[in-house]
Design a protein around this ligand. Sequence first.
Ligand SMILES: [Zn+2]
Ligand SMILES: [Zn+2]
Length: 510
Amino acid sequence: MDLQLVLVLLTVDILLSLSEAVSASLNPGDAEGFLEKYGYLHQKDHTHNADKVTSAVRQFQWLSHLPVTGRLDSTTLLKMASPRCGVKDRGSNEAWKRRVNSVFTGQSQQHLRKKRYTRPGGRWYKQHLTYQIVNWPRHLSQGPVRLAVRMAFQLWSNVSGLVFHELNEGQTDIRLAFYEGEHNDGTSNAFDGPGGALAHAFFPCRGEAHFDKAERWTLSSHKGHNLFLVSAHEIGHTLGLEHSPVRHALMSPYYKKLGRSLLLSWDDITAVQQLYGKPSAGAVVQIPSQDLSWAMQDWELSEEPMGDISLPHYCRNTFDAITMDGNGTVLVFRGGLFWTVTSESNRSDPLPLKRRWPQLPFAIEAAAFSPLDGKFYFFNGKHIWRYSGTVLDPGFPKKSSECDMPRHPDCAFFYAPLGHMVVFKGSRYFVLNLETLRSEPYYPRGLADWKGVPRGANGAVTRADGKLYFFREQQYWRFDPRKLRVTGSGQWTKKLAWTGCHRTSSNDVL
Ligand SMILES: [Zn+2]
Ligand SMILES: [Zn+2]
């Protein structure tokens, strides 16, 4: 049985000015070819009577959320040229007609869902699936691609009973690969260079998603084609999902940019849950698109032209927060990611913040570990989170105002000489008693108490020598608590090997 679904995304970019829009429109003469190609008309002898064509156009317009007129007007031709995904197998064309007719004749949604998603052979008969990225696109390095693909799989595992694991070698259930031109799955699947077909995928249990290597794959919402979005859509096919007629669905046939709405619509979630059930943990987790957009900007920025990441992104730019846990491991936070650097200066890959502390918001503004109670404190906006390990303590997040702490703090750190948490905000600092979770009396006070420490520090780390290192952008300031002033400063990426940002030998560890 040919259960192949071919994703053909025309790459004409739709944003845009009217002139661009006009030039991106399809010629009326090509419309029937288009309707054949995408399964609205049969391909036998390329002859169709007018009624069939009108009906096909109506179906296309309905799916495309256009006025259903049956006429090939300019809006319809324009839509036909916009990036989209095409279904090429026999079965799906029938299912498609059935679905559209059912909607027009008002049959029950439940009936539709059944017809639509339970196709023989159209699902995996296990919940744990492995995947592999077989090779790599040209303009993105491996780190960002891995993150994007991992996040794309996570979208689906967050809302279903599925669990995914990446394997670097050996047999895997699902394989993602970048190819050019013909690549041994039929001439109709041959990629056509920049533009035209972007990617295609196969239903279970073939487990293949192919991407046109000639495309400009990015993680940005402003240029090229977003690899995360297209991967997430293709992965949907590899799981057995067909296209959704819901406008904002991820499985809608149209390539769309990352918008404000949630990435998965109710229809996507219904479809995947009908095949694989709900998440075993219970709660369905949806990450707001805006958060994903920020995360991807971070990943994109970490692109290296040479294709390898010798230094993580946080070393070359600012970060949101930095702290050190009880084992002397430094944690650096940026956007939705964090890095760890052990006391032996072994640096981790970027890790998603939410994996370790699932209840945190997408990003945080300040983080501090307290050796007093062995807990992590996170600050963002007007809330404070406290974790014992990876478990959120009862009663948290708390409002900062309940603890007399400022909103949007610059940084937070445990300060041993005071025995309390110190929170910097602008020109003032606050002192938080961790036992009462209230401000100590007579605070906040002016930052002038911290002689030489600049405003707007991102974080502070106390080293074994008792010195406190403040960070802001590329600079650090070393504060000596005994002298109550800064006794040294410099560029931390050059001097402080323990931050994991040092390229040279460990001889000059500070
Ligand atoms: Zn598709
Ligand atoms: Zn292929």
